[in-house]
Design a protein around this ligand. Structure first.
Ligand SMILES: Cc1cc2nc3c(=O)[nH]c(=O)nc-3n(C[C@H](O)[C@H](O)[C@H](O)COP(=O)(O)O)c2cc1C
Length: 162
């Protein structure tokens, strides 16, 4: 069954942003082999990671990740089952908020995601991402979508029109 797991943690002091980039490069290859997709957001030492895949693969990977001493304070925030992935064919994407503005990170995340199709359901995953990036949940997802140019703005308009 398709499982989505979200956790947050703090990188250890020795895990620099260069080390994190290298880690994610390797993770992307392994995840693709395991049919796992997702994203990793980092802001200073804080990390939010979303893992999607079969329950067996996601849980096995999460058990490996939580034992990794390159981060501490791992807290599982959500584990859910659903019919569709939010991130496809990406293996693992890294978004570093220390080098991009929150607005740019949000735009990139939405660009790589299928989140637009969850807009009407006030998606929980979207809210975790939004809260991590902006520091607070926005009053309505469409406000976030209006930050984005192109097809997201277009689909937001379609939703508003019904
Ligand atoms: C914050 C963080 C996120 C990670 N994300 C992944 C991931 O998505 N996929 C992955 O294969 N390894 C990830 N790793 C690395 C794993 O913890 C582990 O080192 C890797 O899977 C190799 O496992 P092994 O040493 O048992 O072969 C992550 C590590 C950290 C600290």
């Amino acid at each position: 069954m398709l499982t989505t797991l979200i956790y947050r943690s703090q990188l250890s002091l020795t895990c620099t942003s260069a080390a994190l980039s290298a880690l994610v490069e390797k993770a992307r290859i392994r995840n693709t082999e395991q049919g796992i997709s997702g994203i990793l957001l980092s802001s200073g030492h804080d990390v939010l990671q979303i893992l999607e895949g079969t329950e067996q693969n996601v849980v096995a990977l999460f058990n490996t990740i939580r034992a990794d001493n390159r981060h501490t304070g791992v807290v599982e925030l959500m584990r859910d089952y659903g019919p569709r992935r939010r991130f496809e064919d990406v293996g693992m994407l890294l978004f570093n908020m220390d080098v991009q503005t929150p607005k740019a990170v949000l735009a990139s995340v939405l660009h790589y995601s299928k989140l637009e199709s969850y807009l009407t359901s006030e998606d929980r995953v979207f809210k975790f991402i939004q809260t991590f990036i902006t520091g607070k949940p926005l009053s309505h997802p469409l406000r976030t979508m209006s930050l984005i140019n192109g097809r997201f703005r277009e689909s937001a308009r379609r939703l508003v029109k019904g």
